[in-house]
Design a protein around this ligand. Structure first.
Ligand SMILES: [Zn+2]
Length: 285
């Protein structure tokens, strides 16, 4: 089972999070049929989407992350909600299939943007935005946290593959400052995370708690309750019906005339919803 462990360091001056999202990344690949290169980039960003939505407490809070670079994978979209329940898709899931060792930045691209929308059910959602640094995902998100959320962060994520190209492990470590954090503490923590160049190997060999205990255990530390990330889509026939209603009766009728039905596929989970003439009449009835 996937898990996210978090520990407060130095009596509340910083927080370290470590995630194992292996099952979540496998589920995403099962749905989307990612190439190895695509699965690597997607799994790294999915780790960060799970991390970002883990802090959501209330039902209905929604995270959207759009990684839009000029790489072979095209646009990646992630959505999350409380408890690190995430989903996502990529424009070109089979990109670089002939090159399993392609760099993450070849999938993501080096030029582009990272946009984050956090909807807390208030009038205006929070919108954050930054330019990509180098398409490595770790540096791009670290820069986003620093610039857009004013949280200078250290990020290391990784996806490990077995000999057959299957996902053996996926996850990562994120360190963020909390109020009262000094530059000294931050530099020390960043140095530790900078050491995690082998995050793919590390997440395959150790549990998130072991990674935290091993590298951060000698600091004053208190562990928080774990969170259990999972790939979950909350699409439903009712939601698709509501979307059809927004199209308006005339537009819906003309689609029925043309194709005899309205077929809507969910980008996140691949589920197909089909509405025939009767169904459409009921929506507008
Ligand atoms: Zn769905």
């Amino acid at each position: 089972m996937d898990i996210l462990n978090r520990s407060i360091l130095f009596g509340g001056k910083a927080i370290v999070s470590a995630l194992d999202i292996t099952d979540t990344a496998r589920r995403a690949r099962e749905i989307h049929g990612f190439s190895v290169a695509a699965a690597r980039a997607f799994g790294k960003a999915l780790t960060l989407a799970a991390f970002m939505s883990a802090g959501f407490k209330d039902l209905g809070n929604k995270l959207t992350v759009i990684l839009d670079g000029d790489g072979a994978g095209g646009r990646m979209v992630f959505a999350g909600r409380e408890g690190a329940k995430v989903r996502g898709y990529m424009e070109h899931p089979d990109c670089l299939a002939e090159r399993p060792d392609a760099k993450v930045s070849e999938v993501v691209g080096k030029d582009g943007t990272l946009a984050v929308i956090k909807d807390f059910g208030l009038k205006e959602p929070y919108n954050g935005y930054s330019r990509l640094v180098n398409g490595s995902i770790d540096a791009d998100f670290a820069f986003y946290f620093t610039q857009s959320e004013q949280l200078p962060s250290a990020v290391a994520t990784g996806v490990k593959f077995d000999g057959d190209g299957g996902i053996a492990a996926a996850g990562g470590v994120i360190v963020q400052p909390m109020p009262g954090c000094t530059d000294e503490i931050l530099v020390m923590l960043e140095d530790i995370v900078r050491d995690f160049t082998d995050m793919d190997e590390r997440i395959a060999a150790y549990t998130p708690q072991q990674i935290i205990d091993d590298r951060f255990g000698h600091f004053e530390k208190s562990d928080l309750a774990p969170v259990y990330p999972a790939y979950e889509c909350d699409c439903s026939r009712e939601r698709v019906a509501a979307a059809i209603k927004l199209l308006g009766n005339a537009e819906a009728e003309s689609m029925i005339c043309e194709a005899g039905k309205i077929e809507v596929g969910c980008d996140f989970c691949g589920k197909k919803y089909i509405f025939d003439a009767d169904d459409v009449r009921k929506i507008f009835g």
